[in-house]
Design a protein around this ligand. Structure first.
Ligand code: C2O
Length: 558
């Protein structure tokens, strides 16, 4: 009898030990926003940073952990931080876009972001979400699987984070203001960066490239993040292959590629094995743009260096992908499929409550105060979104009238041939602060249609608060009769930022199971600035965990 009791007690003790080690954690971070000068960037001014780092600190957590970030603003700019891709279930107050979910955190002020990571694992990014500060205020988010849960791919020997960025010699806010004054597009960046290193830059002797150190025979999990403001990028390492395993914190069916294509706001996690001769290999990023829109054409040249390398000349590749290599981007996008395993099923909504068509693109409006007499603008369904001065979420929660209307058009008010010859078209848009209202748990399909009115280009569209499934894509105008037959409703890629092809369309589906106000916008910051944005208002449900939580006490005021 005694020995029976003894073994039960030992058993219970082991269970207790097990439970205490696997319990989700609360992870605390301090984000001190400060100015800092970097000689490797050859800038003329210090840049805005978190903790004096560029890129900023990596946020590590496990699935189910709670993350608490205390932000103290010691920079002479208003700031907010967005945890890009974190679902923020019922915790919209911590989502971060200025004037959508919160007032900016002013100089000298503090705000505590507090959120729990539910049902997500992989690589994401955080970034400033006000004006153009995210140019330098960004960093990685790494969500590890729960304790004891393995990756659904071979375990890597090491993990490496690679953050891609874009950098301007003058401060990025001044660049943005160009549009305010002239009405014309602002300057393209002066360099691309890999983990904050621009590679060789003309007229800058202190600039250099980043070095990724590897060891022969080892496998690395590369967590690649495009934190650039305005440019889709190609990423390549000479002689090496990647096995892509996850995008936007969602596992995908593994596939091999020698070129990664990644748009601003997107993340791609891939295995790379150091299986070549010991030596140095060129690693580079270069821009993608398949129309005449201006881009920063500088290739950031960096190095992958094997341990014990004796040679000084790296192995290079003959050329980076052509700037207009549309087929390479499609090859990459089309290879992305949800893992859709029993453990990670693809729960694609099959019955749709709201079927929407959003036409996205650039327009031109007359502007009396602009030196050019016109202003380049951007819109969704011809609405150029105007940011309110009271955050939308606050206005909704406290019933403050006059901040927004909930009549955002779900389909174009005046349909036209979106990708045809529209040179005679009226390019003017209408200003508005309009949201689209959704009942809790309703299902939504949005066909994002790129137009060819002014400057057609590929738009990386990002939705806050949700992952969606990219069920289809095509060129030209979406055909509502035939194109749905081509949809993949079995294993479409799940993500938070999709690529809408130049003068083409892409369709997404999601379930509105997160109450709050959620921003949707082009992740090319220049287009967001011009008004290519809107918001979904998702009502509370009836159940106990189906309402937005009350706002925190320290929520900033405007
Ligand atoms: Cu990463 Cu609203 O953006």
């Amino acid at each position: 009898m005694a020995s029976w009791v003894g073994s039960v007690m030992i058993f219970l003790a082991v269970v207790c030990l097990f439970l205490t080690t696997v319990e989700p954690k609360v992870r605390h971070y301090n984000f001190n926003v400060v100015m800092k000068n970097f000689t490797r960037l050859c800038g003329t001014k210090p840049i805005v940073t978190v903790n004096g780092m560029f890129p900023g600190p990596t946020l590590y957590a496990r699935e189910d952990d709670t993350v608490i970030v205390k932000l103290v603003n010691n920079a002479p700019y208003n700031i907010t931080i967005h945890w890009h891709g974190i679902r923020q279930l019922r915790s919209g107050w911590s989502d971060g876009p200025a004037y959508v979910t919160q007032c900016p955190i002013q100089t000298g002020q503090t705000y505590v972001y507090n959120f729990t990571i539910t049902g997500q694992r992989g690589t994401l990014l955080w970034h400033a979400h006000i004006t153009w500060l995210r140019a330098t205020v960004h960093g990685a988010i790494v969500i590890l699987p729960k304790h004891g849960v393995p990756y659904p791919f071979p375990k890597p020997d090491h993990e490496k984070i690679i953050v891609l960025g874009e950098w301007w010699k003058s401060d990025a806010d001044a660049v943005m203001n160009q549009w305010m004054q002239t009405g014309l597009p602002p300057n393209v960046s002066d360099a691309h960066t890999i983990n904050g290193f621009p590679g060789p830059v003309p007229n800058c002797t202190t600039s250099k490239g980043y070095t990724l150190h590897v060891e022969s025979g080892k496998t690395y999990l590369i967590r690649l993040i495009n934190a650039a403001l305005n440019e889709d990028l190609f990423f390549k390492v000479a002689k090496h292959q990647f096995t892509v395993v996850e995008v936007d914190a969602c596992y995908v069916k593994p596939f091999e590629t020698d070129t990664m294509y990644i748009a601003p706001g997107q993340t791609t996690t891939a295995l790379l094995t150091a299986n070549q001769k010991v030596g140095k290999y060129m690693m580079a990023i270069s821009p993608f743009m398949d129309t005449s829109v201006a881009v920063d054409n500088l290739t950031d040249i960096s190095t992958v260096r094997y341990k014990n390398t004796k040679t000084y000349t790296p192995t290079t590749f003959s050329a980076v992908p052509a700037k207009n290599a549309t087929p390479e981007t499609f090859q990459f996008i089309d290879a992305l499929k949800s893992l859709n395993s029993p453990k990670y099923p693809a729960l694609v909504p099959l019955n749709i409550d709201h079927s929407l068509l959003f036409v996205v693109g650039v327009g031109v409006n007359p502007c009396a105060t602009c030196s050019s007499g016109n202003r380049v603008v951007a819109s969704i369904n011809n609405v150029t979104f105007v940011m309110p001065t009271t955050p939308l979420l606050q206005a909704y929660y406290y019933n403050i009238s006059g901040v927004f209307t909930d009549d955002f058009p779900g389909t174009p008010v005046m349909p036209y041939n979106y990708t045809g010859n529209v040179t005679t078209m009226n390019m003017q848009t209408k200003n508005g602060t309009r949201v689209y209202r959704l009942a809790y748990n309703s299902t939504v399909q949005v066909v994002l249609q790129g137009n060819a009115v002014v400057a057609p280009e590929s738009h990386p569209i990002h939705l806050h608060g949700f992952n969606f499934f990219v069920v289809g894509k095509g060129s030209g105008n979406f055909d509502p009769v035939n194109d749905p037959n081509t949809f993949n409703l079995v294993d479409p890629v799940e993500r938070n930022t999709l690529n809408v092809p130049t003068a083409g369309w892409a369709a997404i589906r999601f379930r509105a199971d997160n109450p709050g106000v959620w921003f949707l916008h082009c992740h090319l910051e220049v287009h967001t600035t011009w008004g290519l944005k809107m918001a979904f208002l998702v009502e509370n449900g009836e159940g106990p965990n189906e309402s937005i939580m009350p706002p925190p006490k320290d929520l900033p005021t405007c």
